[in-house]
Design a binder for this molecule. Structure first.
Ligand SMILES: CC(C)(COP(=O)(O)OP(=O)(O)OC[C@H]1O[C@@H](n2cnc3c(N)ncnc32)[C@H](O)[C@@H]1OP(=O)(O)O)[C@@H](O)C(=O)NCCC(=O)NCCS
Length: 147
């Protein structure tokens, strides 16, 4: 397997590679994020967001996350792996880095929303010990306690 590098996302990296970030989510139905959504300023976004590259320095995935006052938590706004690289453990590796960072920064909780129809992502999160917190019309709110 090729070597994967996980790095902290900066505004500069995101701006420089914005088309690549958009391209990675282009196969997801109903996905609406454009550059203005990626570039929106959110609390602690540049401390918690990550991206992954392969040994050719291609960007192959990212976690965009931000701080929420509620219960001292970090919310995953977007988590995407390039479709050619899914199912190769890269999401797991990214999530582990992300969780370690949240723990180091003494955060209590990770939250995210996932579409009810997105079975593979729900399986992925359940496998990583996220719990279903609440059910809404077309999505689930999931959470993981870090305490
Ligand atoms: C969900 C996602 C981030 C997981 O990352 P990943 O690198 O594919 O996941 P890993 O390889 O670490 O883990 C594989 C597990 O994820 C799940 N999975 C999700 N998509 C998969 C795919 N296309 N192929 C294989 N497994 C997939 C399976 O439960 C699998 O478990 P298994 O290995 O026991 O079968 C990634 O598949 C992705 O970007 N999906 C599309 C975007 C998305 O749905 N994001 C989440 C929205 S909240």
């Amino acid at each position: 397997m090729e070597k994967i590098f996980i790095k902290q996302l900066t505004k500069e990296i995101l701006e420089k590679n914005i088309n690549r970030f958009i391209d990675i989510l282009s196969d997801i139905p109903d996905e609406y994020w454009k550059s203005e959504h990626f570039l929106l300023e959110l609390p602690s976004k540049w401390s918690f967001s990550l991206y992954a590259t392969n040994n050719l320095e291609q960007i192959i995935g990212y976690i965009i996350a931000s701080y929420k006052d509620f219960y001292n938590s970090i919310h995953i706004n977007k988590f995407m792996i390039d479709k050619r690289f899914r199912g190769q453990n890269i999401g797991t590796l990214m999530l582990e880095h992300f969780e370690n960072k949240c723990k180091t920064e003494k955060k209590n909780l990770i939250t995210l929303k996932v579409k009810k129809s997105n079975y593979s992502a729900i399986c992925f999160y359940l496998k990583h010990n996220f719990k279903i917190h609440s059910e809404h019309s077309d999505y689930l709110l999931m959470k993981k306690d870090l305490g």
